[in-house]
Write a protein that binds this ligand. Structure first.
Ligand code: NAD
Length: 383
């Protein structure tokens, strides 16, 4: 039984079933996740999926209620789910408390508890938003749509030994970059499988001309590739990849890379799309998948009903794609976001000073597009 800290909502569909925990978090988190839940409700009704949704506390919200950014109860509820949808964490009022008690610790700890080792970040440039990209139209083309698969639990961010030393008055800081074959294999399989569902091209990014870790990475990826003969594999150095992302982004379908390279390249890729508010992410491979927009809690606009919910709604689509069998429902959400943008609706962050709709209106427009697309599809099937 859930205790008082967890809300519980049952969205009634008919046949299929999925248990989701929503971590609303801080700032705009509750506003954007509630639009994503509305959208899930809409696809649940159309595709006969029962979404059982639990809510639990994380971040500053959890500190206020439980004096910790991640109560054990939240971990338990998440681990008992099929997937977790997170808004964002972070509140200025807690910026000055001890680092281990800050809201952001809740995020790091839930990622660790769920055990996901592959972080998936699509970088899709919606045609109707192409003018928001910093790239010139002739470079951007009209089809930029690639996926970065970043290894999340290994390499230099976690490697030991790490620390500081002092010799003869000269201080040194050091970290260790290392990978085992099994760590590379498991994330490579995810990347190859993602490529199979897309355009069957995979670029594995390393620095094999300099680093032993990268040479092992490359050898391992080549071995894993034998199980995916339908996927075309290429190897690129990270420096060349950084350049290609801004000179020829259409070159890419799926990019597979290690933790630190992926951290940097995925931020570079997100800027190409023009708005933080549009982009989803997924962390998979662990016990339970974690789905969240790439942005933070945006305290500067919290509570004003102007946040862009599209990144969170697209994260819900990723959740259906990677943590369930409901691929059609995922596509319905993605198509609806695209349709609403093509119709010219914009939240404030992408309106470029023009007219804009609120967070709630954007959620409602996406629900309406899902319903209309489904109605026109069933009409055309009966004609
Ligand atoms: P941020 O991503 O929250 O905001 C950066 C800028 O983008 C702000 O101007 C904000 O208004 C805007 N923005 C972000 N999301 C938007 C959306 N959906 N719609 C419209 N505009 C949007 O980054 P920040 O300001 O550096 O950090 C704020 C807090 O969020 C900090 O406490 C930080 O630690 C935390 N944070 C959390 C996560 C996470 O939960 N995954 C990620 C990054 C930052």
């Amino acid at each position: 039984m859930l205790s008082a800290s967890c809300k519980f909502v049952l969205i009634r569909g008919k046949i299929l079933f999925m248990k989701i925990t929503v971590l609303e978090g801080d700032g705009i988190g509750p506003e954007i996740t509630s639009e994503a839940v509305k959208v899930l409700q809409a696809v649940g009704n159309i595709y006969d999926i029962n979404f059982e949704i639990s809510y639990a506390a994380i971040g500053g919200d959890a500190i206020r209620k439980f004096d910790t950014p991640l109560p054990q109860e939240t971990i338990d509820v998440c681990l008992a789910s099929d997937a977790v949808l997170l808004g964002a964490v972070g509140v200025p009022e807690f910026d000055t408390i001890a680092p281990e008690k800050r809201p952001e610790q809740g995020l790091l700890k839930i990622r660790k508890a769920l055990g996901g080792f592959a972080n998936l970040r699509p970088a899709k440039i919606y045609k109707s938003l192409a003018d928001a990209s910093p790239l010139r139209p002739e470079i951007l083309g009209n089809n930029t749509d690639f996926l970065i698969v970043r290894e999340l639990l290994g390499s230099i961010y976690f490697g030991e030994p790490r620390g500081y030393e002092e010799n003869d008055g000269n201080r040194k800081g050091y970290n260790t970059m290392s990978y085992t074959v099994s760590e590379v294999e498991r994330v490579a399989h995810i990347a190859f499988q993602a490529a199979q569902k897309r355009n069957k091209r995979l670029a594995s990014v390393d620095k094999a001309n300099v680093l032993e870790t990268s040479r092992l990475w490359r050898e391992t990826v080549i071995n894993v590739a034998k199980s995916y003969p339908d996927v075309k594999l290429e190897h690129l150095y990270v420096d060349a990849t950084a350049m290609m992302l801004v000179t020829n982004p259409n070159h890419f379908d799926v990019i597979l890379t290690e933790n630190m390279f992926g951290d940097i390249l995925s931020d570079e890729a997100s800027v190409l799309t023009g708005s933080l508010g549009m982009l989803p992410s997924a962390t998979i491979g662990g016990k339970v998948g974690l789905y969240e927009p790439i942005h933070g809690s945006a305290p500067d606009i919290a509570g004003q009903n102007i946040a862009n919910p599209c990144g969170t709604i697209a994260s819900a689509a990723m959740m259906l794609r990677f943590s369930s069998e409901y691929q059609e429902a995922a596509t319905a959400i993605e198509n609806a976001i695209e349709k609403v943008l093509e119709q010219g609706y914009r939240t404030k962050d992408i309106a470029r000073g023009g007219e804009f709709v609120s967070t709630v209106e954007m959620g409602e427009l996406i629900v309406k597009a899902i319903t209309e697309n489904s109605a026109s599809r069933s009409n055309s099937q009966t004609v």
